[in-house]
Design a binder for this molecule. Structure first.
Ligand code: UDP
Length: 347
């Protein structure tokens, strides 16, 4: 069975490729490498000992996408490729609408044309916006507070409409909470461009000395210690959620959304302590202002994924920190190898 993985060179994509190959799937990775490095895929091949096709494709380029489908027998698609920085999406909304929506539409239209109707979509807990109902179930009202989240929300709507019009589609929508950690080997991990926005990459860059001090964005929230509470989930657990979703979409046509989280809320200060423990480093921090748009608390009710996908997160906070630290130590500057040139081949 051959799975097209769009955005397979990215953080979650590369970890999912490892798990797909380990589970015996054939994969084709389509990525434009706009925010990722082909080195991650070389390492996926090295870790798994398996060969797979890599195609430099921009999803907005219909010709390239159609060529992918005409020259390969694709059974299902896992769609990661998207821009993902919340702050940037507020500053440049059109960039986000153009890339995330237009790329997905070309992909879905091409799937329809080639009668490929099995789809796993990379969505986000950000679609829930600023709800006070914790833990968050999939029935919670949708209403994102930023353009990035709205692109995810709009694609979810698009998928619902596609399924209503043609119930032979089979679609799993996965709403990620806060992915962290790295593969146990330390060979692949998160490699943000520039100054990291997210907590764990920032923390690990402070620990390794690339940044001086962590700013904690507010300690006056109504939470256990005043700092923000999130549901951090190990990226390998998350990757395995995709394998489970893939199994489910092969059974019968359906559409459903699933929270992928642990169900446990961890504060920023708890995360700092756990990271200090894992790294043996003291993390200097200071308390700054609240970050605009941040919610106090956000954690999942993962019961639906447990019941319907038979998936559950297994990895602890210490494992998340230890694996992040190993990746950071072994790759202090991320994937620094020269960008390997991969020609647009359409595979
Ligand atoms: N956070 C922080 N300092 C940072 C980055 C994040 O205090 O440099 C906090 C942030 O306010 C939130 C938590 O860490 O409470 C997780 O933030 P992240 O950006 O990783 O995820 P998101 O807010 O998107 O859930």
């Amino acid at each position: 069975m051959t799975i097209l993985v769009t955005g397979g060179a990215g953080y979650i994509g590369s970890h999912t490729c490892v798990e797909l190959l380990a589970a015996g799937y054939d994969i084709i990775v389509a990525d434009n490498f706009s925010n990722s490095n082909p080195e991650s895929l070389k390492r996926v091949a090295e870790l798994t000992g398996k060969l797979f096709t890599i195609s430099k494709v921009d999803l907005q380029n219909r010709q390239q996408v159609e060529k992918l489908f005409s020259s390969n027998k694709i059974d299902a698609v896992i769609h990661f490729a998207a821009y993902k920085a919340v702050g940037e999406s507020v500053e440049f909304p059109l960039k986000y609408y153009q890339n995330n929506l237009a790329g997905t539409m070309v992909l879905l239209e091409t799937m329809e044309k080639f009668h490929v109707k099995k789809f796993v979509f990379s969505s986000s807990a950000t679609v829930y916006g600023a709800t006070n109902h914790m833990p968050i179930t999939e029935d919670e009202q949708i209403g994102s507070t930023n353009p990035y989240g709205r692109t995810k929300e709009m694609i979810e709507d698009m998928l619902q409409d596609i399924y209503q019009a043609d119930p032979s589609w089979s679609i799993a929508i996965l709403r990620y909470f806060n992915p962290v950690g790295a593969h146990k080997s330390g060979r692949i991990g998160e490699d943000p461009n520039g100054i990291p926005n997210n907590l764990l990459p920032y923390l690990s860059q402070v620990a390794i000395g690339r940044r001086d001090v962590l700013t904690i964005h507010g300690n006056d929230y109504q939470t256990k210690d005043g700092t923000g509470v999130r549901d951090y989930i190990h990226v390998v657990d998350l990757a395995n959620g995709h394998i489970k979703a893939l199994e489910k979409i092969q059974k019968t046509p359906f559409i459903s959304a699933y929270n992928l989280g642990t169900g446990v809320g961890i504060s920023v200060l708890e995360m700092v302590r756990a990271f200090e423990q894992a790294s043996g480093k003291t993390i200097p921090f200071h308390i700054g202002n609240r970050r605009p748009g941040d919610v106090a608390i956000c954690y999942a009710d993962p019961a639906k994924a447990r019941a319907e996908l038979e998936w559950t997160a297994t990895k602890s906070i210490s494992e998340m920190c230890e694996d992040t630290w190993r990746w950071q130590l072994q790759n202090p500057e991320g994937y620094i190898t020269e960008k390997v040139s991969i020609e647009a081949s359409g595979a």
